[in-house]
Design a protein. Structure first.
Length: 297
């Protein structure tokens, strides 16, 4: 059994840890509000952009896949963009991305991976470290969350787009956490390149009857929107991941604070029992000594 001094030291240590986790929870909650506002503003824009592409593609299915970003080739080399965080202490947030990426490689690209034709572009330091140790890493985008903005994400998107156009990769897949609520993050696996034909909106029958005047041509508009849409798609995924990270960290720190409280109760109970036992032993020793002294007289 641990001594009272050791138990007292553990109580102080757990109490300090509880204060840290409580502070981290509050910081994560403050950051989550900002990140949630950002993604809530981005979602309608991204959805509207996809809707515009769908409307422009009505009547000609090839418009949605024309140009160099829609070229479908035999899949021989694959690039996976894995979005994680820069820091840990967020529960299973990062490990879920690792598991999903590994599962994707094993289930869909096992033969290509065995031939060394699968590479991972890491957005976030945790993915950079994880896939770097496994020899799959390409590119360095660990500074995205330091100053999160469209410009910083655009660099990564353009790198993937240029590599696809140059024929370095035949397919680009995106793996990230989608923000649902504070306690729930959903792993999403989406094909970024070659671009898939956008889904027609629910009111396609209505919009297809409208007479549009295109200036410049319809083809030029589509080809201009496609690169922008790809960059927005990656930026939205990073914003989703950022909000999910803070939600996961807030949940993890809340649980850690509760666990620290339960551990403190157990330690204090153990300490009080040990102290009572020590006091009882001292009383018994005093009484025993007194009786021995009285008997010697």
């Amino acid at each position: 059994m641990a001594s009272l001094k050791e138990v007292r030291g553990r109580i102080q240590s757990v109490s300090s840890t509880q204060q840290i986790t409580k502070a981290m929870k509050m910081v994560a909650a403050a950051k989550l509000r900002r990140a949630q506002d950002n993604i809530m503003r981005m979602r309608p824009y991204a959805q509207r952009l996809n809707s515009i592409l769908a409307n422009l593609s009505q009547g000609n299915a090839e418009d949605s896949v024309t140009g160099e970003y829609g070229v479908v080739r035999e899949v021989r080399r694959v690039l996976i963009i894995a979005v994680t965080s820069d820091r840990g202490l967020a529960g299973a947030f990062n490990s879920n991305i690792f598991k999903a990426t590994n599962a994707l490689i094993q289930e869909r690209y096992a033969d290509l991976a065995a031939a060394g034709n699968v590479r991972v572009m890491a957005i976030g330091r945790k993915a950079h470290d994880y896939f770097g140790r496994r020899g799959l890493l390409v590119g360095n985008h660990t500074n995205v969350f330091t100053n999160l903005s469209f410009d910083t994400v655009r660099v990564a998107a353009e790198e993937a787009m240029d590599a696809f156009r140059a024929g370095q990769y035949d397919q680009v897949v995106l793996v990230y956490n989608e923000f649902k609520n504070v306690a729930t993050q959903i792993i999403r696996t989406e094909q970024l390149l070659p671009i898939l034909p956008p889904e027609a909106p629910a009111n396609a029958a209505t919009t297809s009857n409208l007479d549009y005047i295109f200036e410049p041509s319809k083809e030029e508009i589509v080809l201009t929107l496609i690169p922008t849409s790809l960059k927005i798609q990656l930026y939205k995924a990073v914003l989703e991941s950022n909000a999910s990270e803070h939600g996961a960290r807030m949940t993890a720190m809340d649980k850690a604070t509760e666990n620290a409280g339960e551990l403190l109760k157990a330690l204090k109970l153990t300490y009080n029992r040990g102290r009572q036992a020590a006091i009882t032993n001292e009383i018994l020793e005093i009484v025993g000594g007194a009786e021995a002294l009285a008997a010697s007289r």
